[in-house]
Ligand binder design. Structure first.
Ligand code: FAD
Length: 441
C-alpha cells in the first residue's frame, strides 16, 4: 500500500513508522521546516528545547514503550517535580499532598474537604458517569463554595479563558488520574519524565527509522488539497515552499492536522464536517526567556490571579540542570487564548513588555538585566475544548471518504491531549489502516 501522511508531529510520525515497518510505502508531508509539531524544539545554549514546555508522566506508557523500541529511552530521566500555585499575591507549594494543609487561601475545613475530594477523584476509575457534566458543574455540586471560588474557578478561568464553564468533567478527571499515577506512593512526591536530549531525539529517531524503511519525510511541504474520485481519496496536492506544486497518487491518506485545517483540504458530508467544526481550539503563546539567574525554585507554577497576564510560569531549569543549556536558566511564560484575543497578535517585544512588570511578584530581586535572550512561539491548535457528552460527537478516525483517515488531538478522549496519546493514536491508526486494507483485499 502507498500511504500519504499529512503532518510530521507525534501522531503522523508514529503512524508512518509502523506502516513502514510492516512493509508499506509511506510519504509524510509537513508544512513546517521541522518535525515534531507542537513538541518540536529550538536551540538553546547548544541544546534542543521544546518550543512549548514538555514533560511525561509515569502513565505515558505509549511514549515510553516507543522510546524503548527506538533505543532512545536511555536519556529519559524521572525527576521529582516542584509545583506551586500563585494566588492572593503569594506562591503556595503543592509538592506533597500535605502542602494542601498549608494552603491559606482556603479555610482549614475547606483544605480537609479538598483533600477528601481529590482522593475521591483519584480513585474514580470510570469517567463515564461524569461525562454529561462540565468540570465547573461537578465541582460546584461536590465541593464547598469556598473551594470553587478560591481554587478551581480561578484555575479554570486562567486555563480556558472565556470557555471556563463549558469544559467537560472528563478533562479534570483525566488530570487527576495522570497526576496520581505520577506520584511515588499515594502521599509521595510526583515525578515527571524528560528525555535529556529533548523530545527531538524521539522525532529524529522516528524520522531515521521511517527513511531506513524506505519511507520519505518532506518538510516545508504543505498539503493544500486531498484529491478524490467518486469512490474515495486518491492523492494529495502539495505546494512546497521551494519548487513547483505537484500531485501525488496514494492508496490511502492519513491526515493528522487540526480539524479547522483539515476541512479546508477536502469537501466532506455535512454531518462529519459539523462534528469537526464543533470543536473549538484554543491557541497558545509562549515566551521562552533565557536568564542569568533563576526566578523561582519551582518547576511548574499555576497562576490563579487575574491581575497577572499569563497563566503559567514553567521554569524548565528547575526540572533539568541549567548546565544542559550553556548555563542559562530557562523560563517559559505561557498563555492559552483565543485567536481573536489581542495578546495572540502581540509581537515578542510587546508580550515581553506586557509580562515584565509582573515577574518581580515571583522574585523581588528580578531585574530585566537578568534576561539574555527571548524566544517566541505561537500555536493556533494548542488545546481543543472538549465539552460534555463528547463521546457521541467525537469525529471518527475513518472519515466518510473511503481510504481517508483523520487522527488529531480532538480525537483523544477522555484523556487530555499529549504526546503520549498522539503516539498511541498514530499507532492505532496504522493498525486500523492495515486491518481495513486486509478486509477489503
Ligand atoms: C504549550 C504546550 C505544552 C504542551 N505540553 C505537553 C507536555 O508537557 N507533555 C505532553 O506529552 N504533551 C504536551 N503538549 C501536547 C503535545 O505537544 C501534543 O498533544 C502533541 O505533540 C500533538 O501531536 P500531533 O501529532 O497529534 O499534532 P501536531 O503536533 O499538531 O502535529 C500536526 C502536524 O501537522 C502539520 N500540518 C498542519 N497542517 C498541515 C498541512 N496542511 N500540510 C502538511 N502539514 C501540516 C503541523 O505543522 C504539525 O507538525 C503540549 C502542547 C502545547 C501546545
Amino acid at each position: 500500500m502507498r500511504i500519504g501522511i499529512v503532518g510530521a508531529g507525534a501522531a503522523g510520525l508514529a503512524a508512518a513508522y509502523d506502516l513502514g515497518k510492516a512493509g508499506h510505502e509511506v510519504v509524510v508531508y509537513e508544512s513546517a521546516p521541522f518535525v515534531g509539531g507542537q513538541a518540536s524544539t529550538i536551540e538553546v545554549g547548544g541544546a534542543r528545547l521544546e518550543r512549548g514546555y514538555h514533560h511525561l508522566f509515569l502513565s505515558d506508557l505509549a511514549m515510553i514503550e516507543l522510546m524503548e523500541e527506538l533505543g532512545v529511552d536511555g536519556s529519559l530521566q524521572w525527576i521529582p517535580s516542584t509545583v506551586a500555585t500563585y494566588t492572593n499575591g503569594k506562591m503556595y507549594p503543592f509538592v506533597t499532598p500535605l502542602d494542601l494543609l498549608r494552603f491559606k487561601p482556603l479555610s482549614f475545613l475547606d483544605r480537609i474537604r479538598l483533600g477528601i475530594l481529590s482522593l475521591r477523584l483519584q480513585r474514580m476509575k470510570d469517567w463515564r458517569p461524569l461525562q454529561h457534566l462540565t468540570a465547573a458543574e461537578w465541582i460546584k455540586a461536590n465541593a464547598s463554595p469556598g473551594i470553587f471560588t478560591n481554587m478551581w474557578d480561578p484555575l479554570l478561568r486562567a486555563k480556558f479563558g472565556r470557555h471556563h464553564d463549558v469544559v467537560g468533567m472528563p478533562w479534570l478527571w483525566s488530570k487527576f488520574q495522570t497526576r496520581v499515577t505520577s506520584r511515588k506512593g499515594m502521599f509521595g512526591r510526583e515525578v515527571l519524565g524528560y528525555p535529556a536530549n529533548s523530545f527531538d531525539e524521539v522525532f529524529e529517531a522516528l524520522q531515521d527509522r521511517i527513511k531506513n524503511q524506505g519511507g520519505q519525510v518532506h518538510l516545508e511541504s504543505p498539503v493544500r488539497e486531498i484529491l478524490r474520485n467518486e469512490i474515495g481519496a486518491t492523492g494529495l496536492r502539495v505546494e512546497p515552499e521551494k519548487g513547483d506544486p505537484f500531485e501525488q497518487d496514494f492508496d490511502t491518506i492519513l491526515a493528522t492536522n487540526a480539524s479547522f485545517d483539515f476541512v479546508k483540504l477536502i469537501d466532506l458530508p455535512d454531518d462529519y464536517r459539523s462534528k469537526l467544526e464543533d470543536v473549538h481550539y484554543m491557541a497558545a503563546v509562549v515566551l521562552i526567556v533565557e536568564m542569568k539567574h533563576p526566578l523561582t525554585s519551582t518547576y511548574w507554577m499555576n497562576i490563579a490571579d487575574e491581575s497577572i497576564p499569563f497563566l503559567g510560569l514553567i521554569e524548565h531549569t528547575n526540572l533539568m540542570t541549567k548546565e544542559m543549556y550553556g548555563g542559562n536558566n530557562v523560563l517559559y511564560l505561557t498563555n492559552y487564548l483565543d485567536r481573536d484575543e489581542p495578546m495572540f497578535s502581540m509581537s515578542k517585544e510587546e508580550l515581553l513588555a506586557h509580562y515584565l512588570p509582573h515577574l518581580k511578584k515571583f522574585n523581588p530581586d528580578f531585574d530585566e538585566s537578568w534576561i539574555t535572550k527571548v524566544h517566541y512561539n505561537a500555536l493556533s491548535a494548542a488545546q481543543p475544548i472538549i465539552t460534555p457528552n463528547y463521546a457521541e460527537r467525537m469525529p471518527s478516525h475513518r472519515t466518510p471518504v473511503k481510504n481517508l483517515y483523520l487522527g488529531n488531538t480532538t480525537q483523544i478522549y477522555p484523556e487530555d491531549r499529549g504526546t503520549n496519546y498522539s503516539v498511541r493514536m498514530g499507532r492505532e491508526l496504522a493498525r486500523m489502516i492495515m486491518d481495513d486494507a486486509d478486509k477489503s483485499s
